[in-house]
Design a binder for this molecule. Structure first.
Ligand code: B3K
Ligand code: ZN
Length: 890
């Protein structure tokens, strides 16, 4: 397979200044005419011919300046046009086949309506083009279609004409005044209705906002609209960025490969990130919708107005836009100043980063934030590019403060509005706006792997000095990561010192005239460096990497008592949580080793006591307590073992859950009662916090040997719930309790849930996912349930959400069952990757990644995984899946 390398970038030989597209929409054969103004790129080496990309197209005709142009050749990857002048009008007619397009890339049909998805390289499946992000053009789009079947016709920008045609057809013409790369093109046609709002932006201009959905979903659009309005105002206030079009549209589609897409003025969303009302959506769904609506909207500036020169620069827009949506959600939850509320969002984000991105960095797909090469670009929409990329952007803000970061952003737009640029351009804008040399910081973009920072401390009571020595190294990184590593990083390391009474000590570094502040951002630039604090009255306890100031692993040997003290006292809410997680992780890993050796398990009372304090501390927010009381996940724990042993991890974690449930039974019951939220449903973060803590209590109570309390509470909660968070949590608790007891109640509730929500596909996805992730046993392996559900009439592989809800949920969300010793999970995985590959390579390649860490597992599992991987390598045909399994096996 062909490897594309960053080092090989060359500018395009031709530019396309404008495109006029005409569509005659027919599901089986859609006719497309494209008329382009083309000229030679003065900044590129002269080329003998014009090479356009094209895929799965039928060529009809080629003309230059109005005359047929026979000197052309269509081939598997596109169209070559010979004998072209320096500047000309190129017209191409072609046909594509939306109804048979199961890849959901390009133009396709979903529920009888037309949709497009062009990022990264889908536009070439619609028409022949220079389908690369550094070719930016203005677009006018004329859509013609049957009026009864497709009453709504949408594309980017402004509607400039609408008319009726003979034979029951009609036409609409759209004009997008902004130059854009082809990956931001969009078209939608079908039977859709919109929730509309008119708002005024900061400059006083009126804007039309629309959320388009199928008619039966109109009652689930309010939250998406509110989120959009909040996002528009937030970007004005925080970054001075205004909506630039007169109209902004969001369209929901149920068949979609990922979350959503930021097409200019016409965002297309997976229904999962648009549709919500209290009956169908959980608090998590509400929060995710706000985040994704924000994310896609923020792309209008970070991605669309300033775009990527090439796909290696993907994090330029994705890392930056994830950072922006994280800050948006934090501001919406906690305002700009409520540190404890902001910490909840930070904890959630770091948890994802550590569980998913750190794992990616430790395996065969490890790559820098700005990758050096790829086979299939769609495989590089990764945790590293998105989440680690967001951490890299956050570090600028940590180094320069909010004002300094804003100065950098302002300069970035001043220099690059309307351009396709690189990660270096962004870094230079931040550096220049703040008068800093950020040469060393470039390594964050080019080195893969997760840095480890070992911390040593020494207190000199006579001199009242406290020395903190930080040394950075990469661990035993995967080979893919190791070969990128060149030298030490610039690491902003936030630190505080805590006194015996639990209060922060004022900080004064050696050489400073006076003490100032209680948190310092140390700048670690060498392999090893010592920072000395002076006037330190008493031996302090260090609070390290506050607010997770860099995406690194901190190694420091706290005692259990010290961790309990930090959990109770640290003024940095993130580090309070972190202390609890460290404590739990250490105990759980020790227990997993014992479980693997068939030794008896026991849990230290001090650990139970530390958790009891959090559980009963009503001065802490419910949302924070919920996060602090959730044990580290099984995949995260397995990843910390020398050899991952999912069964042992599961045993250890279940043991601790049961111990905490039993030892604190009265406390869980009390918390459950205290945090019940009677009255009408409110989707606020506060109310969500109460629900979250209450439902966590229910989940712990379901772990008791005698789960009858949990069953009683869950049945009542299920029956009386006025929202999906409570109803789904009750059902989950019944499923969990059914592992020991209440199979009847669980089955009854499952049936009721299905019947109640039969017409709500997103809720039925939850129904599949809950069953795929439930705990199993020797007598009741969950793979049997999953196999049975594959035959359920509501199951289909063609809908990505549905495939994810059953198959991905099992393979990635139920590790103890998926990694069954007999290899049945792996065989199932291989079958499904191969089946999906024939329909939708992008979705198949995501599933293929479920086995990429196979070398990290115990020998028996490893061999069975290798066999499954080899079977997929032999049978998969797409570039997407081949890249994943070949890298895994290499
Ligand atoms: N930019 C899109 C992702 C496209 C993925 C293509 N395989 C959504 C987003 O990040 O906002
Ligand atoms: Zn994005």
């Amino acid at each position: 397979s062909t490897v594309i390398r960053r080092a090989d970038y060359t500018p395009p030989a031709f530019l396309i200044d404008s495109v006029a597209l005409e569509f005659d929409l027919v599901p089986e054969r859609t006719f497309v005419k494209s008329t382009m103004r083309v000229r030679r790129n003065p900044d590129a080496a002269p080329a003998a011919r014009l090479d356009l990309m094209g895929e799965a197209l039928e060529l009809v005709s080629v003309a230059i300046d109005g005359a047929p142009h026979p000197a052309h050749r269509a081939h598997e990857h596109g169209l070559t046009v010979d004998n072209v002048p320096d500047a000309f009008e190129l017209s191409i007619e072609s046909v594509c086949k939306p109804a048979e397009n199961t890849t959901l890339s390009g133009l396709y049909v979903s529920s009888g309506n037309f949709f497009t998805q062009c990022e990264a390289e889908g536009f070439r499946r619609i028409t022949y083009f220079l389908d690369r992000p550094d070719v930016m053009s203005t677009y006018t789009v004329t859509i013609r279609a049957d009026k009864a079947a497709y009453p709504v016709l949408l594309s980017n920008g402004n509607l400039v004409e609408a008319s009726d045609l003979p034979d029951g057809r009609h036409a609409a013409k759209w004009d997008d005044p902004f130059k854009k790369p082809s990956y931001l093109f969009a078209l939608v046609a079908g039977k859709l209705v919109a929730l509309e709002e008119r708002i005024r932006t900061s400059s006083g201009k009126e804007k039309l906002l629309q959320v388009w959905v199928e008619p039966h979903d109109l009652d689930k659009t309010r939250h998406a609209m509110d989120s959009l309005i909040d996002a528009i105002h937030w970007d004005e206030e925080r970054f001075g960025l205004e909506l630039d079009l007169d109209r902004f549209m969001i369209v929901a589609v149920s068949d979609f490969n990922m979350g959503a897409m930021e097409n200019k003025g016409l965002n297309i969303f997976n229904t999962k990130y648009v549709l919500a009302n209290p009956e169908t959506a959980t608090d998590t769904d509400f929060a995710n919708i706000e985040a994704v609506v924000g994310h896609e909207y923020f792309h209008n500036w970070t991605g669309n107005r300033v775009t990527c020169r090439d796909w290696f620069q993907l994090s330029l827009k994705e890392g930056l836009t994830v950072f922006r949506d994280q800050e948006f959600s934090a501001d919406m939850q906690g305002g700009a100043t409520d540190g404890a509320a902001r910490a909840v969002k930070r904890i959630e984000d770091v948890r994802v980063l550590r569980q998913m991105q750190f794992a990616e960095d430790a395996g065969p797909m490890a790559h820098p934030v700005r990758p050096e090469s790829y086979v299939e670009i769609n495989n590089f929409y990764t945790m590293t590019v998105y989440e680690k990329g967001a951490e890299v952007v956050r570090m600028y803000q940590t180094l320069f403060g909010r004002e300094g970061f804003r100065r950098g952003m302002d300069l970035y737009f001043k220099r690059h509005d309307g351009q396709a640029v690189t990660c270096d351009d962004f870094r230079h804008a931040l550096a220049d706006a703040n008068g800093r040399d950020l040469t060393q910081f470039e390594r964050w973009y080019s080195q893969a792997g997760t840095p480890r920072i070992a911390v040593r401390t020494a207190y000199d009571s006579a001199a009242r000095r406290y020395a903190v020595t930080l040394s950075q190294r990469y661990g035993d990184a995967a080979p893919a990561a190791r070969e990128t590593q060149k030298g030490p990083l610039l690491i902003p390391f936030a630190i505080g010192l805590i006194g015996r009474d639990g209060a922060d000590l004022p900080l004064r570094l050696e050489g400073e005239p006076a003490a100032g502040g209680t948190t310092r951002v140390l700048e670690l630039t060498e392999a090893e460096q010592t920072f000395t604090f002076v006037d330190v009255e008493q031996p302090p306890l260090p609070s390290l990497l506050r607010n997770f100031s860099a995406p690194v692993i901190v190694e420091y040997d706290y005692t259990n008592d010290e961790l309990a003290f930090l959990l109770a006292n640290d003024s940095d809410a993130f580090n309070r949580w972190e202390a609890g997680q460290r404590l739990a992780t250490r105990e759980l890993l020790a227990l997993a080793e014992r479980a693997a050796a068939n030794e008896p398990l026991s849990l230290d009372d001090s650990v139970v006591a530390a958790f009891a304090r959090v559980l009963t501390d009503e001065s802490l927010s419910p949302a924070f307590r919920e996060l602090a009381l959730v044990l580290p996940s099984e995949p995260y724990l397995a990843e910390q073992m020398a050899e991952a042993d999912p069964a042992a991890v599961h045993m250890a974690r279940q043991f601790v859950r049961q111990r905490l449930a039993t030892a604190l039974r009265e406390e869980w019951l009390a918390v459950y009662a205290r945090h019940e939220t009677p009255g009408p449903f409110e989707p606020t973060p506060q109310a969500a916090g109460h629900r979250g803590l209450k439902n966590l209590a229910l989940a712990y109570l379901a772990e008791l040997d005698d789960p009858s309390d949990a069953i009683r509470l869950a049945v009542a909660q299920y029956d009386s719930a006025n929202n999906m968070t409570d109803r789904a949590a009750a059902l989950s608790a019944l499923l969990a309790a059914s592992a020991t007891r209440s199979a009847a109640q669980a089955d009854g509730a499952l049936d009721d849930f299905y019947r109640r929500f039969e017409r709500e596909p997103l809720v039925i996805d939850k129904w599949f996912a809950m069953q795929a992730t439930q705990r199993g046993s020797q007598e009741r392996p969950i793979i049997d349930t999953v196999r049975r559900l594959m035959g359920h009439p509501a199951f289909t592989l063609r809908n990505p959400n549905r495939a994810r809800s059953l198959i991905f949920s099992f393979c990635s969300g139920n590790p103890a069952q998926f990694h069954a010793a007999d290899g049945s999970g792996y065989a199932f995985w291989a079958d499904q990757v191969i089946a999906l590959d024939a329909l939708n390579p992008q979705v198949a390649a995501r599933l293929a990644r479920a086995l990429e860490l196979w070398r990290r597992y115990t020998p028996a599992l490893r061999e069975r995984m290798r066999a499954a991987l080899e079977r997929v390598a032999a049978q998969a045909s797409s570039r997407d899946v081949r890249e994943i399994v070949e890298k895994a096996l290499a």
